[in-house]
Design a protein around this ligand. Structure first.
Ligand SMILES: [Zn+2]
Length: 305
Protein backbone atom coordinates (compact mmCIF):
# COMPACT_ATOMS: atom_id res chain seq x y z
CA UNK A 1 0.00 0.00 0.00
CA UNK A 2 1.32 3.41 -0.98
CA UNK A 3 0.28 6.99 -0.48
CA UNK A 4 1.34 9.49 -3.14
CA UNK A 5 1.29 12.71 -1.13
CA UNK A 6 1.89 15.10 -4.04
CA UNK A 7 0.03 14.39 -7.28
CA UNK A 8 -1.62 16.96 -9.57
CA UNK A 9 -4.34 14.69 -10.83
CA UNK A 10 -6.32 17.36 -12.66
CA UNK A 11 -3.56 17.03 -15.27
CA UNK A 12 -3.67 13.23 -15.45
CA UNK A 13 -5.71 10.73 -17.38
CA UNK A 14 -7.92 7.89 -16.28
CA UNK A 15 -5.15 5.52 -17.43
CA UNK A 16 -2.94 7.13 -14.80
CA UNK A 17 -5.52 6.56 -12.08
CA UNK A 18 -5.79 2.91 -13.15
CA UNK A 19 -2.02 2.45 -13.21
CA UNK A 20 -1.57 4.12 -9.83
CA UNK A 21 -4.26 1.97 -8.23
CA UNK A 22 -2.74 -1.18 -9.78
CA UNK A 23 0.70 -0.17 -8.46
CA UNK A 24 -0.68 -0.08 -4.91
CA UNK A 25 -1.55 3.60 -4.40
CA UNK A 26 -4.50 3.65 -2.00
CA UNK A 27 -4.56 7.38 -1.31
CA UNK A 28 -3.08 10.57 -2.68
CA UNK A 29 -2.82 14.23 -1.82
CA UNK A 30 -3.40 16.75 -4.59
CA UNK A 31 -1.85 20.13 -3.76
CA UNK A 32 -3.33 23.30 -5.15
CA UNK A 33 -0.77 24.88 -7.44
CA UNK A 34 -0.57 26.90 -10.58
CA UNK A 35 -1.82 25.26 -13.77
CA UNK A 36 0.91 26.06 -16.28
CA UNK A 37 -0.29 29.57 -17.09
CA UNK A 38 -1.38 32.39 -14.84
CA UNK A 39 -5.04 32.70 -13.91
CA UNK A 40 -6.51 36.11 -14.63
CA UNK A 41 -9.70 35.91 -12.57
CA UNK A 42 -10.29 35.06 -8.93
CA UNK A 43 -13.29 33.02 -10.08
CA UNK A 44 -11.08 30.75 -12.17
CA UNK A 45 -9.00 30.04 -9.11
CA UNK A 46 -12.08 29.39 -6.98
CA UNK A 47 -13.44 26.93 -9.55
CA UNK A 48 -10.08 25.16 -9.54
CA UNK A 49 -10.21 24.77 -5.75
CA UNK A 50 -13.78 23.53 -6.09
CA UNK A 51 -12.65 20.88 -8.53
CA UNK A 52 -10.01 19.65 -6.07
CA UNK A 53 -12.55 19.07 -3.31
CA UNK A 54 -15.30 17.98 -5.72
CA UNK A 55 -14.91 16.41 -9.14
CA UNK A 56 -11.32 15.21 -8.76
CA UNK A 57 -12.09 13.61 -5.41
CA UNK A 58 -14.99 11.81 -7.05
CA UNK A 59 -12.93 10.79 -10.07
CA UNK A 60 -10.20 9.22 -7.91
CA UNK A 61 -12.84 7.30 -5.97
CA UNK A 62 -14.09 5.78 -9.22
CA UNK A 63 -10.71 4.07 -9.50
CA UNK A 64 -10.57 3.01 -5.87
CA UNK A 65 -8.16 5.74 -4.74
CA UNK A 66 -8.93 8.03 -1.81
CA UNK A 67 -8.28 11.64 -2.76
CA UNK A 68 -7.22 14.42 -0.38
CA UNK A 69 -6.00 17.87 -1.23
CA UNK A 70 -4.26 20.95 0.05
CA UNK A 71 -5.54 24.43 -0.66
CA UNK A 72 -3.44 27.54 -1.03
CA UNK A 73 -2.25 30.42 -3.14
CA UNK A 74 0.90 29.33 -4.96
CA UNK A 75 4.00 31.51 -5.00
CA UNK A 76 3.90 32.37 -8.72
CA UNK A 77 0.38 33.73 -8.57
CA UNK A 78 1.07 35.51 -5.29
CA UNK A 79 2.79 38.07 -7.53
CA UNK A 80 -0.57 39.12 -8.98
CA UNK A 81 -1.76 41.15 -6.02
CA UNK A 82 -5.37 41.62 -7.15
CA UNK A 83 -5.76 37.89 -7.74
CA UNK A 84 -3.94 37.06 -4.51
CA UNK A 85 -6.20 39.26 -2.40
CA UNK A 86 -9.27 37.64 -3.90
CA UNK A 87 -7.98 34.11 -3.37
CA UNK A 88 -7.04 34.88 0.23
CA UNK A 89 -10.63 35.84 0.93
CA UNK A 90 -11.86 32.46 -0.27
CA UNK A 91 -9.18 30.27 1.26
CA UNK A 92 -10.57 29.90 4.80
CA UNK A 93 -13.83 28.51 3.41
CA UNK A 94 -12.00 25.91 1.33
CA UNK A 95 -9.61 25.02 4.13
CA UNK A 96 -12.55 23.77 6.20
CA UNK A 97 -13.88 21.40 3.55
CA UNK A 98 -13.87 17.62 3.76
CA UNK A 99 -10.67 16.03 2.51
CA UNK A 100 -8.49 19.14 2.89
CA UNK A 101 -5.40 18.00 4.78
CA UNK A 102 -3.11 21.05 4.64
CA UNK A 103 -2.50 24.57 3.44
CA UNK A 104 -0.25 24.28 0.39
CA UNK A 105 1.65 24.23 -1.72
CA UNK A 106 2.87 27.62 -0.64
CA UNK A 107 6.27 29.25 -0.34
CA UNK A 108 8.69 30.98 -2.67
CA UNK A 109 9.31 31.02 -6.39
CA UNK A 110 11.46 34.09 -7.14
CA UNK A 111 11.43 35.15 -3.46
CA UNK A 112 9.71 38.48 -4.11
CA UNK A 113 8.15 40.69 -1.40
CA UNK A 114 4.62 39.71 -2.52
CA UNK A 115 5.49 36.02 -2.30
CA UNK A 116 6.75 36.64 1.21
CA UNK A 117 3.61 38.53 2.19
CA UNK A 118 1.20 35.80 1.09
CA UNK A 119 3.39 32.97 2.35
CA UNK A 120 3.25 34.52 5.82
CA UNK A 121 -0.49 35.18 5.61
CA UNK A 122 -1.15 31.56 4.73
CA UNK A 123 1.11 30.25 7.47
CA UNK A 124 -0.93 32.33 9.89
CA UNK A 125 -4.09 30.77 8.49
CA UNK A 126 -2.65 27.27 8.99
CA UNK A 127 -1.86 28.08 12.62
CA UNK A 128 -5.32 29.51 13.15
CA UNK A 129 -7.06 26.47 11.66
CA UNK A 130 -4.62 23.88 13.10
CA UNK A 131 -3.74 22.53 9.67
CA UNK A 132 -0.44 21.09 8.44
CA UNK A 133 1.47 22.98 5.71
CA UNK A 134 3.02 21.82 2.44
CA UNK A 135 5.88 24.10 1.39
CA UNK A 136 6.99 24.33 -2.24
CA UNK A 137 10.68 25.20 -2.34
CA UNK A 138 12.08 27.26 -5.23
CA UNK A 139 13.88 25.59 -8.11
CA UNK A 140 16.31 28.50 -8.43
CA UNK A 141 18.47 29.46 -5.46
CA UNK A 142 17.05 26.38 -3.78
CA UNK A 143 19.32 26.09 -0.77
CA UNK A 144 18.82 29.66 0.38
CA UNK A 145 15.11 29.57 -0.46
CA UNK A 146 14.63 26.39 1.54
CA UNK A 147 16.43 27.78 4.61
CA UNK A 148 14.42 30.98 4.36
CA UNK A 149 11.15 29.04 4.07
CA UNK A 150 11.92 27.28 7.35
CA UNK A 151 13.00 30.54 9.02
CA UNK A 152 9.67 32.10 8.11
CA UNK A 153 7.67 29.06 9.27
CA UNK A 154 9.36 29.40 12.66
CA UNK A 155 8.82 33.16 12.79
CA UNK A 156 5.13 32.57 12.15
CA UNK A 157 4.89 30.07 14.99
CA UNK A 158 4.61 26.81 13.04
CA UNK A 159 5.63 23.57 14.70
CA UNK A 160 8.12 21.98 12.26
CA UNK A 161 6.50 18.58 12.76
CA UNK A 162 3.38 20.01 11.08
CA UNK A 163 5.26 21.17 7.99
CA UNK A 164 6.38 19.25 4.91
CA UNK A 165 9.23 20.95 3.06
CA UNK A 166 8.87 19.52 -0.43
CA UNK A 167 11.17 19.14 -3.44
CA UNK A 168 14.30 18.50 -1.36
CA UNK A 169 17.58 17.32 -2.81
CA UNK A 170 20.98 16.24 -1.51
CA UNK A 171 21.84 19.87 -0.69
CA UNK A 172 18.81 20.64 1.45
CA UNK A 173 17.83 17.40 3.18
CA UNK A 174 20.22 17.57 6.12
CA UNK A 175 19.05 20.97 7.29
CA UNK A 176 15.37 20.12 6.71
CA UNK A 177 15.61 17.02 8.88
CA UNK A 178 17.86 18.59 11.52
CA UNK A 179 15.33 21.38 12.04
CA UNK A 180 12.55 18.86 12.66
CA UNK A 181 10.57 19.19 9.41
CA UNK A 182 9.25 16.47 7.16
CA UNK A 183 11.38 16.30 4.02
CA UNK A 184 9.46 15.60 0.81
CA UNK A 185 11.20 14.36 -2.34
CA UNK A 186 9.55 14.61 -5.72
CA UNK A 187 10.74 11.86 -8.03
CA UNK A 188 10.98 13.21 -11.57
CA UNK A 189 12.26 11.50 -14.68
CA UNK A 190 15.03 13.30 -16.60
CA UNK A 191 15.57 16.18 -14.16
CA UNK A 192 15.78 16.89 -10.48
CA UNK A 193 15.47 13.83 -8.26
CA UNK A 194 15.35 10.38 -9.89
CA UNK A 195 14.60 7.33 -7.84
CA UNK A 196 18.11 5.89 -7.92
CA UNK A 197 19.32 9.09 -6.22
CA UNK A 198 16.44 8.76 -3.79
CA UNK A 199 17.46 5.24 -2.83
CA UNK A 200 20.99 6.49 -2.11
CA UNK A 201 19.50 9.07 0.26
CA UNK A 202 17.43 6.42 2.02
CA UNK A 203 20.58 4.35 2.52
CA UNK A 204 22.23 7.40 4.07
CA UNK A 205 19.41 8.95 6.11
CA UNK A 206 16.97 6.13 6.84
CA UNK A 207 13.24 6.79 6.75
CA UNK A 208 12.41 9.12 9.61
CA UNK A 209 10.34 12.11 8.39
CA UNK A 210 11.27 11.47 4.74
CA UNK A 211 8.41 11.39 2.23
CA UNK A 212 8.55 10.25 -1.40
CA UNK A 213 6.07 11.62 -3.94
CA UNK A 214 5.64 11.57 -7.70
CA UNK A 215 4.62 15.25 -8.08
CA UNK A 216 2.99 14.10 -11.31
CA UNK A 217 1.51 17.06 -13.14
CA UNK A 218 1.07 18.44 -16.67
CA UNK A 219 4.77 18.27 -17.47
CA UNK A 220 7.04 15.29 -18.01
CA UNK A 221 6.54 13.28 -14.86
CA UNK A 222 5.78 9.72 -13.77
CA UNK A 223 2.65 8.97 -11.78
CA UNK A 224 4.21 5.67 -10.65
CA UNK A 225 7.17 7.42 -9.00
CA UNK A 226 6.26 6.23 -5.51
CA UNK A 227 5.78 2.56 -6.40
CA UNK A 228 8.89 2.47 -8.60
CA UNK A 229 10.98 4.03 -5.86
CA UNK A 230 9.69 1.49 -3.35
CA UNK A 231 10.50 -1.43 -5.64
CA UNK A 232 13.95 -0.10 -6.46
CA UNK A 233 14.70 0.54 -2.79
CA UNK A 234 13.71 -3.00 -1.84
CA UNK A 235 15.72 -4.41 -4.74
CA UNK A 236 18.77 -2.49 -3.48
CA UNK A 237 18.45 -3.78 0.06
CA UNK A 238 16.76 -0.89 1.89
CA UNK A 239 14.96 -2.08 5.04
CA UNK A 240 11.28 -2.73 4.17
CA UNK A 241 10.26 -0.74 7.24
CA UNK A 242 12.12 2.31 5.90
CA UNK A 243 10.37 1.87 2.56
CA UNK A 244 7.01 1.70 4.31
CA UNK A 245 7.78 4.88 6.24
CA UNK A 246 8.72 6.95 3.21
CA UNK A 247 6.03 5.70 0.83
CA UNK A 248 3.15 5.42 3.27
CA UNK A 249 3.40 5.96 7.02
CA UNK A 250 5.10 9.37 7.17
CA UNK A 251 2.62 11.03 4.82
CA UNK A 252 -0.24 9.61 6.87
CA UNK A 253 1.39 10.80 10.10
CA UNK A 254 1.76 14.42 9.02
CA UNK A 255 -1.38 14.95 6.90
CA UNK A 256 -3.41 12.86 9.36
CA UNK A 257 -2.90 15.69 11.86
CA UNK A 258 -5.64 17.51 9.94
CA UNK A 259 -8.16 14.97 11.20
CA UNK A 260 -9.24 14.50 7.58
CA UNK A 261 -7.12 11.50 6.59
CA UNK A 262 -7.56 8.15 8.30
CA UNK A 263 -6.33 4.68 7.44
CA UNK A 264 -9.89 3.38 7.71
CA UNK A 265 -10.74 5.47 4.63
CA UNK A 266 -8.92 2.98 2.40
CA UNK A 267 -8.81 -0.11 4.58
CA UNK A 268 -12.59 -0.10 4.61
CA UNK A 269 -13.37 1.78 1.40
CA UNK A 270 -16.70 2.32 -0.27
CA UNK A 271 -17.20 -0.02 -3.23
CA UNK A 272 -16.23 1.34 -6.63
CA UNK A 273 -19.37 1.83 -8.66
CA UNK A 274 -18.65 3.60 -11.90
CA UNK A 275 -22.31 4.19 -12.56
CA UNK A 276 -22.20 6.83 -9.83
CA UNK A 277 -22.76 10.38 -10.97
CA UNK A 278 -21.19 13.63 -9.78
CA UNK A 279 -23.22 16.70 -10.68
CA UNK A 280 -24.87 14.57 -13.35
CA UNK A 281 -21.58 13.35 -14.83
CA UNK A 282 -19.89 9.98 -14.77
CA UNK A 283 -16.41 8.92 -15.88
CA UNK A 284 -17.96 6.46 -18.33
CA UNK A 285 -18.34 7.12 -22.01
CA UNK A 286 -20.88 5.64 -24.39
CA UNK A 287 -21.19 1.86 -24.24
CA UNK A 288 -18.44 1.45 -21.68
CA UNK A 289 -19.01 -1.31 -19.14
CA UNK A 290 -18.89 0.17 -15.65
CA UNK A 291 -16.11 -2.16 -14.47
CA UNK A 292 -12.34 -1.74 -14.83
CA UNK A 293 -9.78 -4.43 -15.41
CA UNK A 294 -6.90 -3.15 -13.34
CA UNK A 295 -3.77 -3.16 -15.46
CA UNK A 296 -0.76 -4.77 -13.80
CA UNK A 297 1.75 -2.28 -12.49
CA UNK A 298 4.41 -1.37 -15.01
CA UNK A 299 7.41 -2.69 -13.15
CA UNK A 300 9.70 -3.31 -16.11
CA UNK A 301 11.46 0.05 -15.96
CA UNK A 302 12.27 0.71 -12.33
CA UNK A 303 14.95 3.32 -12.71
CA UNK A 304 13.93 6.94 -13.18
CA UNK A 305 16.91 8.97 -14.27
ZN1 LIG B 1 3.33 20.41 -7.04
Amino acid sequence: MYIDPHAHMVSRTTDDYEAMAASGVVALVEPAFWVGQPRTFVGTYVDYLSSLVGWERFRAGQFGIRHYCTVGLNSKEANNEALAEGVMEWLPRFAMKEGVVAIGEIGYDEQTPLEDKYFRAQLALAVELSLPVMVHTPHRDKKRGTSRSMDVCEEMGLDPSWVVIDHNNEETVRETLDRGYYAGFSIYPSTKMGNARMVELLAQYGGERIIVDSACDWGISDCLGVAKTAHLALARGIDPEVVRQVTYANALAVYGKSGQMNEADWLDPPAVDQRTLFAGNSILRGGREPRIDAAPARRDDLIIE
